[in-house]
Ligand binder design. Structure first.
Ligand code: ADP
Ligand code: MG
Length: 493
């Protein structure tokens, strides 16, 4: 399979337009694989070491050294391929991509070119409750380069080669995205998958998950525009800002009758602008050729089967199970499988209360809102899943109303030692289950509101709400509204 320069474009009549232009985006993502050692050497990949203490002779390709493939990196590539339904090549080839850059003193990067290890596959996700899918072209194994350090030196630059030889999986999409929002949703889904299966720690600040966005614009139905590639986007927020700026810039250029030049650009978060770094090379400029130091990478079916047998349930399979065994909608099931921790929380709460739908609603509603407000993950939620389950049990068995449950939730959130039943008692939130006492209130309210009663009997349904309101008030909110309704209707028949 060779790299094609003519992507197969999907017809997307639903694509949103910007000033009459269709936006076309394809992604190349570098996911750092979570191996302990480098892709072709035994040097450590740990983050944050003193510069140049973790690059060995193999990483620098010093004379007389030979690279040796790291089995763990291949395993992770296989896991990724299985997770996204791709073809895993039985035989793929490592190639040298030749270029000069200060952070690549050896003059070439070992990558895969014509035959990558992972071919095809699909990433599916929801955007505003609409299901979308992005086709992958390929995912290939390669080594990272070093890093130029500009900040620490006055008037000089340094080179840190610790990162040289760090294993990467470069994941390339077809140009299937049509807006910055779609692009960010895709990147989040991809991030979810690689962290879920544990092949990448997903730490974007440390550069473990870096996205390059290829962006072009065209008139709908017209010829494909020239793309510019925004490099190294390492936050979802910057991703959206950078693409939005780039799209506006390209449209302005075209409107001013300028031609877009294929280029590599950088996003500056301080100015919010993208700026050309270099005009883009073509594949031919890199003089790719098979690396003579590395044999073909051969993956037997038995190895693939072995890897598959150790893989945990994947997000999509889990979502399908949630739909099937808990009767959730596809949307809810997808929301609840946004991370392994979230899905575990949901299942633990449901196990306690047996009310999957209610548990899902509470988790995606009240709980998510609070997590977002405090900017914490579900792992840090002060309210344990079992406690939420116990709270939901008290709603479904009629002990407390939904409103009262919200009050209990509030207390439980603030006080880790509080218990559901304890809070219900101490705050006096128990619904009135004593029918005798409730009936007395109902009778009193009926007697005192003759006007509403006769209006209701004359067919005005709204008059009943007024009566319900009075009764709820008289019961200090502890009556069960449904029960009040039933009693009233029975008495006024
Ligand atoms: P290269 O070999 O230069 O990296 P590729 O053909 O591999 O180019 O494409 C790189 C990325 O650019 C892919 O994600 C692809 O989907 C995307 N892409 C290709 N053409 C366009 C285009 N006209 N507009 C936006 N993205 C594009
Ligand atoms: Mg490419």
């Amino acid at each position: 399979m060779s790299q094609s320069n003519t992507p197969i474009l999907l017809d997307r009549p639903d694509a949103p337009l910007v000033g009459g232009y269709e936006v076309i985006i394809g992604f190349e993502t570098h996911a750092q694989l979570s191996t302990q050692s480098k892709i072709f050497s035994r040097a450590s990949t740990a983050f944050g070491a003193e510069p140049n203490t973790q690059a060995c002779a193999v990483d620098l390709a010093l004379p007389g050294t030979l690279p040796v493939m790291n089995k763990g990196a291949v395993e992770r590539a296989i896991q990724f391929g299985l997770a996204i339904g791709a073809h895993i090549a039985p035989k793929s080839i490592f190639a040298r991509k030749n270029y000069f850059y200060p952070d690549l003193p050896k003059g070439y990067q070992i990558s895969q070119f014509e035959i990558p290890v992972v071919q095809g596959g699909l990433i599916e996700f929801f955007l505003n409750e609409k299901k979308m899918s992005v086709r992958l072209v390929r995912a290939h194994l390669e080594e990272d380069a070093g890093k130029s350090l500009h900040e620490d030196f006055v008037g000089q630059s340094g080179i840190d080669l610790n990162r040289a030889g760090t294993p990467l999986l470069e994941i390339v999409t077809e140009p299937d995205m049509r807006s910055s929002a779609e692009a960010v949703a895709y990147a989040k889904e991809l991030h979810k998958i690689v962290t879920w299966i544990g092949i990448c720690d997903g730490n974007m600040q440390e550069g473990s998950f870096r996205c390059d966005a290829n962006v072009s614009v065209r008139r709908p139905g017209g010829p494909l525009g020239t793309r510019r590639e925004i490099k190294n986007l390492n936050s979802f927020k910057f991703m959206q800002q950078a693409i939005d700026y780039e799209v506006r810039w390209q449209i302005e250029q075209i409107e001013d009758s300028h031609k877009i030049q294929q280029a590599t650009v950088l996003f500056n978060p301080d100015t919010g602008e993208t700026r050309a770094m270099r005009t883009k090379e073509d594949a031919a400029d890199y003089r790719y050729f098979p690396d003579p130091d590395l044999p073909p990478l051969c993956i037997a079916q038995s190895w693939i089967d072995e890897v598959r047998s150790h893989m945990a349930e994947l997000p999509r399979a889990m979502a399908a199970r949630f739909e099937y065994s808990y009767g959730l909608s596809e949307y809810d099931a997808t929301q609840l499988t946004q991370s392994l921790a979230l899905s575990n929380y949901f299942e633990a709460a449901t196990k306690v209360c047996g009310q999957a739908k209610l548990a899902g609603n509470w988790i995606m509603g009240e709980l998510s809102r609070r997590l977002n407000n405090q900017d914490i993950g579900i792992e840090q939620a002060p309210l344990k899943a079992e406690t939420l389950g116990a709270l939901i049990t008290r709603i479904s068995d009629g002990t407390i109303s939904n409103n009262a449950a919200r009050q209990v939730f509030e207390v439980l959130w603030e006080d880790a030692t509080a218990t559901v039943d304890g809070v219900i008692e101490s705050q006096g939130l128990r619904q009135m289950n004593d029918t005798g006492a409730l009936e007395k209130i109902v009778d009193d309210v009926i007697a005192a509101n003759a006007k509403n009663v006769s209006e209701f009997k004359a067919g005005n349904e709204k008059a009943l709400n007024a009566l319900v309101g009075q009764i709820m008030k008289a019961s200090k909110g502890k009556a069960n509204p449904q029960q009040v309704n039933d009693l009233l209707r029975a008495k006024l028949r």
